[in-house]
Design a protein around this ligand. Structure first.
Ligand code: FES
Length: 235
């Protein structure tokens, strides 16, 4: 439960009141400054793995999503060097993806972030070829678009309580996979749709035609929002 105690931090010279226990990412966004945060989802515990949300807190570079807001902290977010650090972090992630990850009609969170930072498909240099998993009737995995942010794994475990997913591989070859090791259709997945909802790249989507997109990339969250937010029943 969110704390009722309010604390004040300074974000780029402006005082911002936030509930005690919230992150610097929340404080910066409360101040009206948007940061990329590719491994973060407000519904999940923070991972701090992608480094796209860097700010300066009391003079030190910090991943804002995993740094608690403490009363009196002076946060810098909009400085040019910080924008460049965040852009560099996004570019490193994008460099391993195929260009279609940033196609003009790609509606993913990653593509949106890249457009806002002026990162184009030419930065996506990945060769692809890691294949996919079409075995499940309600979930499709495109491994070439996975950035190993772990949001799907945490959604499955922390919100759904199913623990059906894990990350496998090392370094740039790390991708999400069913924890049982076989095809998705034979995993413990209950088709809640939570992984589809939180995936920031379109690596996990609903199966189906490309819905008019020239890139062939299916919209992720746009096609799975349901009454409760992530139930695959679709009520
Ligand atoms: Fe903060 Fe990924 S969103 S490190």
């Amino acid at each position: 439960m969110e704390s009722m105690i309010s604390i004040t931090v300074e974000v780029d010279g402006t005082s911002v009141d936030v509930p005690e226990g919230t992150s610097l990412l929340t404080a910066v966004r409360t101040a009206g400054i948007e940061l990329p945060a590719l491994c973060s989802d407000d519904r999940l515990s923070p991972a701090g793995s992608c480094r796209t949300c860097l700010v300066r807190a009391d003079g030190k570079i910090a991943a804002s999503c995993v740094t608690p807001a403490v009363s009196g902290t002076r946060v810098e977010a909009a400085a040019d060097d910080l924008r460049q650090l965040r852009r560099d972090a996004v570019e490193v992630i994008v460099s391993a993806l195929p260009p279609r990850a940033l196609a003009d009609d790609n509606p993913s969170e990653l593509a949106h972030v890249c457009r806002s930072l002026g990162i184009g498909p030419e930065s996506a240099q990945g060769a692809g070829g890691r294949g996919g998993d079409d075995s499940h009737p309600y979930v499709h995995l495109d491994r070439d678009l996975c950035i190993a942010c772990g949001r799907c794994v945490r959604m499955c475990a922390e919100v759904q309580g199913t623990f059906a997913l894990t990350l496998v591989g090392r370094g740039a070859d790390t991708v999400v996979a069913p924890g049982t090791g076989g095809p998705w259709a034979e995993s413990d997945c209950v088709a809640c749709g939570g992984c589809v909802d939180t995936c920031p790249t379109g690596a996990i989507t609903e199966p189906g035609p490309a819905r008019g997109l020239t890139s062939g990339i299916r919209p992720a969250a746009a096609v799975t929002r349901t009454t409760c937010g992530y139930c695959g029943v679709g009520c």
